[in-house]
Design a protein around this ligand. Structure first.
Ligand code: FAD
Length: 393
């Protein structure tokens, strides 16, 4: 049989989708486009920041995906013409499609944070896309003197991996406790409550005493602007000039989704959760962080599950069959110190225009013995090996 599917973005959603499409139907022509020959994964990048892991352990190529018959193109997609059903890459080549899948991840909503932009990220790294930014934040922590303050500015939801800022705060505290014990971590948060909060707060007390301080939304913790020239963070409550400023800006769908016309006023892409087809652009499907998933948190685990479900739906649509209703599972591990982890798992099904959590999910108990935390830290590493092997080979 024939049919041509173009997938934009070779990260957790896109690579999983391209691979699943080709596996489901060998006769399908599947094209995966991403400018980066090497993908650098965010999960476990907080360990790199804390000096517990090498960046190499985060990096994956697309050779194995290509070996399965997916055509991999190392370009940026610059324009999408939904009427012509074609995408154009930076080198000026136009590629037609029957169905297009977008998995571009996130971009930053710079207008929502005055003072912050690409240039500012060289001084106040976000490290919310892994790679050079991860290493920059690491370098700044290494250069900081004992007694310094590391501030982490956390945006409101929806954003990529809601618990990851708190995992980062924990692992930075671990590094400081070991190497620079008079230092502090200050979390400036645009939220009052956060994912797995009781687990984090208990672990912080137990492991780090009062090293981590968090100022939530109600205490004026929301960051309203920054000044990179003086490394100042301005909140509703007051100004801070930390030694290291990790500013995680508000986010939206990767830029190409917006230029395709697939984003709404939220900056994210509304979809039909059964097929992942855009509500705004026909024959275009959006998966991963870029889509409006509702109750399903933006995670690698969700992106991979969505990629596979979207592939199944596209195969059905191209064959003229009715796609099955997907049931997605996601799990999210947090490591707060070496050998100390906990998790949150959930099942999700379409409800209206988004996903809603259904029964069967679980959170680690708050009062579990230490052996459970050790086991969950090991499980987390196994999860990473499994999902990256599943996605990239
Ligand atoms: P990505 O994986 O970011 O892939 C997007 C790809 O699209 C990129 O390779 C990019 O180059 C490409 N692209 C973008 N625009 C274009 C274009 N115009 N043309 C061609 N290619 C393009 N998730 C978990 O499940 N567990 C965790 O423990 C976890 N920890 C995290 C820790 C941190 C610090 C962070 C920041 C995130 C973490 N996540 C975790 C979240 C996870 O990284 C994301 O949810 C996941 O990567 C989303 O997959 P995606 O396919 O939507 O986007």
């Amino acid at each position: 049989s024939k049919g041509r599917v173009v997938v934009v973005g070779g990260g957790f959603g896109g690579a999983a989708c391209a691979r699943a499409l080709k596996r489901a139907q060998a006769g399908l022509q599947v094209i995966l486009i991403d400018p980066n020959a090497i993908f650098t994964a965010c999960p476990f990048s907080n360990e790199v920041i804390a000096g517990l892991r090498n960046i190499d352990a985060q990096q994956f190529g697309h050779e194995k995906v290509a070996a399965e018959g997916v055509t991999v193109i190392g370009q940026t997609v610059t324009t999408i013409a939904p009427e012509q059903r074609s995408v154009m890459t930076a080198d000026g080549v136009a590629l037609p499609y029957d169905r297009l899948v977008l998995s571009p991840g996130i971009d930053f909503h710079f207008e929502a944070l005055p003072g912050y932009d690409e240039a500012a990220s060289a001084k106040m790294p976000h490290a919310w896309k892994a790679g050079a930014q991860t290493l920059l934040l690491r370098k700044q922590l290494e250069a900081m003197e004992d007694g310094g303050t590391v501030a982490i500015a956390v945006p409101a939801n929806p954003s990529r991996c809601p618990p990851a800022p708190y995992e980062r705060a924990s692992l930075i505290a671990h590094y400081l406790k070991t190497k620079k014990p008079r230092s502090k971590v200050l979390i400036l948060d645009a939220k009052d409550n956060f994912s797995q909060q009781r687990l984090f707060e208990k672990a912080w007390k137990e492991l780090y005493g009062d090293m981590i301080e968090r100022i939530g939304l109600s205490q004026g913790g929301r960051v309203t602007s920054v000044d990179p020239s003086t490394k100042t963070i301005v909140t509703e409550f007051g100004n801070y000039t930390p030694d290291v400023a990790n500013v995680i800006p508000p986010q939206r769908a990767g830029h190409i989704a917006e230029s395709a016309g697939a984003t709404d006023v939220t900056g994210w892409c509304p979809i039909d959760p059964v097929t992942f087809e855009s509500k705004l652009v026909r024959n275009v499907h959006v998966i991963g962080d870029a889509c409006l998933g509702g109750g399903i948190p933006k995670s690698a685990s969700a992106a991979g599950a969505q990629g596979k479900a979207c592939a199944a739906a596209i195969v059905s649509l191209l064959a003229g069959r009715t796609p099955e209703t997907p049931r997605l599972t996601g799990v999210c591990y947090n490591i707060v110190a070496p050998g100390y982890g906990f998790s949150l798992s959930g099942n999700y099904q379409p409800k209206g225009d988004v996903f809603a959590e259904v029964e069967g999910g679980a959170t680690s108990p708050v009062d579990a013995p230490r052996e459970v935390r050790t086991r969950e830290a090991t499980d987390a590493e196994r999860w990473f090996r499994t999902i990256t092997a599943d996605t990239f080979g």
